[in-house]
Design a protein around this ligand. Structure first.
Ligand code: ASP
Length: 215
């Protein structure tokens, strides 16, 4: 209550909040008098990342509807995955989630997505491969045998990438664990749009702040 009182006393137009607890943003928005922008709350949501990812895909592919998009890796701890599942399915993409069973949420059946435990099946003929960071800071116990083993089965290297469409684009929200979920040669190759994502992030967030400040 004191935090909200202090924040309100500053009369901000917008509060941008990134918080380790899922739901922190919703709670704050009920207590303050201004717009609240969620910059990532725990493992729940990361809406601006989903918007900049959608913008990146549209820039490269001219559309989202009908695209096959594989989201691969640590889905369980990823707010990026959750926001992208919501956004990209809303925009008409077909979504494959690719992860070992230990890194999939229990309620995964509630999402309208295809689930794959084998990466080769999950990325076959897709237009977009979105890799996720192994979120070690959110892991309370061991979810994978070793980083080396994980890379072997779930790391995106040139050989696995060749299973996707020839013109598939590779995405990653950063920061990347090179050699764990993504091979350096793939992270930096011509199919990678990871730098574009960073650039689109500036544009998307500028637009969001402008829209919110006009309210
Ligand atoms: N930067 C993204 C986030 O804040 C992704 C990550 O940290 O892996 O969730």
């Amino acid at each position: 209550i004191d935090t909200a009182m202090t924040l309100n006393a500053m009369h901000p137009d917008i509060i941008v909040i990134r918080h380790q607890d899922s739901g922190a943003c919703n709670l704050l928005s009920q207590k303050v008098n201004c717009a609240v922008l969620n910059a990532g709350d725990g493992r729940r949501e990361h809406p601006t990342q989903a918007l900049l990812d959608a913008l990146t895909i549209i820039t490269r592919k001219n559309k989202i509807e009908g695209l096959k998009i594989a989201i691969c890796g640590d889905i369980l701890h990823s707010r990026v995955a959750r926001s992208n599942i919501l956004m990209l399915s809303l925009l008409g993409a077909n979504i494959n989630l690719v992860a070992p069973k230990t890194l999939l949420p229990r309620n995964i059946d509630n999402f309208k997505v295809n689930i794959y435990n084998d990466m080769r099946d999950g990325i076959k003929d897709v237009d977009v491969i979105m890799m996720l960071r192994l979120q070690n800071e959110r892991m309370l116990s061991s979810y994978i045998p070793s980083a080396r083993e994980y890379f072997r089965y779930y790391g995106l290297d040139e050989e696995k990438l060749s299973i996707a469409k020839n013109d598939a684009i590779v995405m990653h929200p950063g920061p990347m664990n090179r050699g764990v979920e993504i091979d350096t040669s793939v992270a930096d190759n011509v199919q990678s749009v990871i730098k574009d994502q960073v650039e689109m992030g500036v544009a998307a967030r500028m637009a969001i702040l402008e829209i919110l400040s006009m309210r």
